[in-house]
Design a protein around this ligand. Structure first.
Ligand code: NDP
Length: 321
């Protein structure tokens, strides 16, 4: 089979598209023939070594396809099932091994590309808005990178829950997409001081929660956007990691700071199936819109990474084996 492999950390060029052995499933595992791979920012952290692991490895944390074979003791899926998964390494290939408990059955009227596109970013938007800071009707929340993969989905979910949603984006084309996803106010944070704009929009009150995936360049401003007892949900570092902080920074509003990750919000199969079930139902009834903007052949994974890191993308990027 063909797969992308990384032998040393570095730029997009370290991703080699080459021949590899088809892996065999062990107990509790399934072999999945990948139809579509979701690209996520975490793939960049793995490639550069910001999240170090064992070399060599095949990157990619999300995909959809068909179960080809299962190992012993697998009860969750069988060969021929259409499945999708997230947060399991190794998806940039024609085949991959996934623990069966991480596989979610895909309904008949959700296609492979949509299934691959919705899992990681959709589950993330779901836990952020329903669990980490559960959005309440009438809240005002701020979502950074509002036209990004997570941003577009999170905006839709926060609107569904009854919030007024303010987003930030870097360019006018992205602002339009963010508005289409339901944003009530969009701030071009590369041109305006987003904290001052948020204060203006909220008549000085600030927001109940900031969902911040940008990190280094936004952290301080995000804190200054909160109303007393507000939540700073720091869930990514697209601009780089936030430097160490003194907990006293929270005292100016008795703020809450959390650094959540999907692994802790899909702790068991029931939680995973429940969140994924919501996503698939919303796709089927048309209340959640996916924006699959970029599709690349798997052999062009390096270009997908270049585009993502250059802030040149909106919505979801897929690789097609
Ligand atoms: P996006 O599609 O949001 O792409 C990243 C966006 O971040 C860019 O398009 C850009 O939007 C913005 N950005 C701001 N500053 C920079 C910068 N210096 N370099 C690059 N981008 C920048 O990616 P994803 O939706 O895949 O992921 C968003 C973030 O969420 C990532 O940080 C990711 O790691 C995190 N994440 C965390 C999860 C968790 O459970 N904790 C799970 C999933 C994702 P603009 O041009 O508008 O500024």
């Amino acid at each position: 089979m063909k797969a992308v492999q990384i032998f040393e950390y570095g730029g997009p060029e370290v991703m080699q598209y080459r021949e590899a052995d088809v892996p065999q499933p062990k107990a509790g595992e399934a072999l999945v023939r990948i139809k579509a791979v979701g690209v996520n920012f975490i793939d960049v952290y793995h490639r550069t070594g910001r999240y170090p692991g064992n070399l060599p490895f095949t990157p990619g944390m999300e995909g959809a396809g068909v179960v080809e074979a299962v190992g012993p003791e697998v009860t969750e899926v069988k060969p021929g099932d259409r499945v999708a998964y997230a947060m399991q390494p190794g998806s940039y290939g024609e085949y991959t091994i996934v623990p069966a408990a991480k596989l979610v059955p895909v309904p008949g009227n959700v296609d492979d590309q949509a299934a691959a596109a919705v899992m990681l970013q959709g589950l993330t938007a779901h836990y952020l808005s329903y669990s980490t800071y559960p959005v309440r009707n009438g809240d005002t929340v701020l979502v950074h990178a509002g036209a990004g993969g997570v941003g577009l989905l999170l905006t839709q979910m926060a609107k569904k829950l009854g919030a007024q949603v303010i987003t930030t984006v870097s360019a006018e084309e992205k602002a339009e997409l963010s508005r289409q996803a339901g944003a009530d106010h969009v701030i071009l944070y590369t041109q305006a001081d987003f904290t001052a704009e948020v204060k203006k929009i909220t008549q000085g009150k600030g927001v109940q929660a900031v969902y911040d995936s940008v990190g280094k360049t936004t952290f301080e401003g995000s804190l200054n956007c909160l109303r007393p007892r507000g939540y700073l949900v720091l869930f990514g570092a697209s601009s780089g990691p936030v430097p160490p902080q003194d907990p006293m920074v929270l005292i100016k509003g008795s703020f809450f700071l959390t650094r959540p990750t999907l692994a802790h919000y899909a702790l068991d199969r029931q939680e995973l199936l429940s969140r994924a079930g919501d996503l698939f139902r919303w796709l089927e009834d048309g209340s959640l819109h996916l924006r699959i903007e970029h599709k690349y052949p798997l052999s062009d994974a390096a270009q997908a990474h270049r585009d993502l890191e250059a802030r040149a993308t909106t919505g979801k990027l897929l690789l097609l084996p």
